[in-house]
Design a protein around this ligand. Structure first.
Ligand code: UDP
Ligand code: MG
Length: 313
């Protein structure tokens, strides 16, 4: 039984040795307790610091370590995809390099998947302790919104820390879309998932790579990728405005015929034009989001480009 650990790494030179030490400790424990062999797949997502040399050094020490290094930063989603493609294990786990996903949970997760009749063990954090309050607030709003808009359930606080059976990994890989939103993809493929909860732990070392702006863009990715509801909303706003305009026309005509009022002034006109053109641009923008993603998909660009793997050593 082989277990692959897929670890996306972007500028993680500080956290990497800590991660490796902990993961290797858990792996050794599981070799005796579960008879499991391990491979560690580090995906260097175009790091600018000493991450790649650090990974090479680990490989030189430990042949269980395999790696892929991208030609530039392609993002965490691409890194996870690349790692899943490279993984050969019967079970594959994805986890962050900063020890926010505790490897110590792996034995329990394996038990659930191997013996409990599940295909996947997923994790969620119950608290957002140690996170800026503004970020938590936006995150909460985002999960409420996307679950209203989308048929695919997106679990609040779900982490990308998962252990999957081979059949689920193959299903995830079959979704080769360019605009990836893992939380949605894992949920979309279905399968039986057991959830584990734990309290949020801070980063072991290094800094987070996710600014508020980056998270915002990622949230748009999620909404556009897993719901077409905004398009329908745009259409309904159009219908609503037509109805309002029609009521307005009737009102103006009736007032003119019954009371002979002159139709007054341009200020109201300016407001109406501004409002209507604003709504139109907004709706066009929504359509544009979908169009842009369609464009990116039909180009069929690769999700990532590899510069080096352990075979090049
Ligand atoms: N990561 C990556 N590519 C990126 C950004 C992040 O591979 O462009 C990796 C990063 O090295 C880490 C994981 O994704 O292993 C999660 O990133 P981070 O800890 O910065 O996010 P947070 O936990 O703060 O949400
Ligand atoms: Mg982290």
């Amino acid at each position: 039984m082989l277990i692959s650990l897929v670890v996306p790494c972007y500028n993680e030179e500080e956290a990497l040795p800590l991660f490796y030490a902990e993961a290797a400790r858990v792996a050794d424990g599981m070799r005796t307790s579960h008879g499991a062999a391990f491979e560690f797949i580090f995906v260097d997502d175009g790091s600018a610091d000493g991450t790649l040399p650090a990974i090479r050094a680990l490989r030189a020490r430990d042949k269980r370590v395999r790696y892929l290094s991208f030609s530039r930063n392609f993002g965490k989603e691409a890194a996870i995809y690349a790692g899943l493609q490279a993984a050969r294990g019967d079970f594959v786990a994805t986890m962050d390099a900063d020890l926010q996903d505790p490897p110590a949970l792996l034995p329990q997760m394996l038990d659930a998947v191997r013996d409990g009749g599940y295909d996947c063990a997923a994790t969620r954090r119950t608290t957002r302790e140690g996170e800026p309050p503004l970020r938590s607030w936006f995150a909460k709003r985002f999960y409420r919104l996307i679950n209203r808009l989308s048929d695919t359930e997106i679990v609040d606080g779900a982490r990308d820390f998962r252990l999957m059976r081979r059949r689920m990994v193959d299903a995830v890989l079959s979704l080769a879309e360019y605009n990836r939103f893992s939380k949605g993809i894992f949920s979309w493929v279905g399968f039986r998932t057991k959830w584990f909860s734990y309290e949020n732990v801070g980063r072991a070392a290094g800094k987070t790579k996710w600014s508020l702006l980056r998270l915002f863009r990622y949230s748009i990715e999620g909404i556009v990728g897993f719901s077409t509801a905004p398009l329908i909303i745009a259409a309904w706003v159009g219908v609503l405005f037509c109805a309002l305009a029609f009521a307005g026309i009737v009102f103006v005509i009736v007032r003119k015929l019954l009371f002979g009022d002159p139709t007054a002034g341009w200020p109201s006109m300016v407001c109406i034009i501004l409002l209507c053109s604003g709504v139109q641009l907004f709706c066009t923008g929504i359509v544009g989001q979908y169009l842009a993603r369609t464009y990116l998909e039909v180009k069929h660009r690769p999700l990532y480009i590899t510069r080096e793997t352990e075979q090049d050593l």
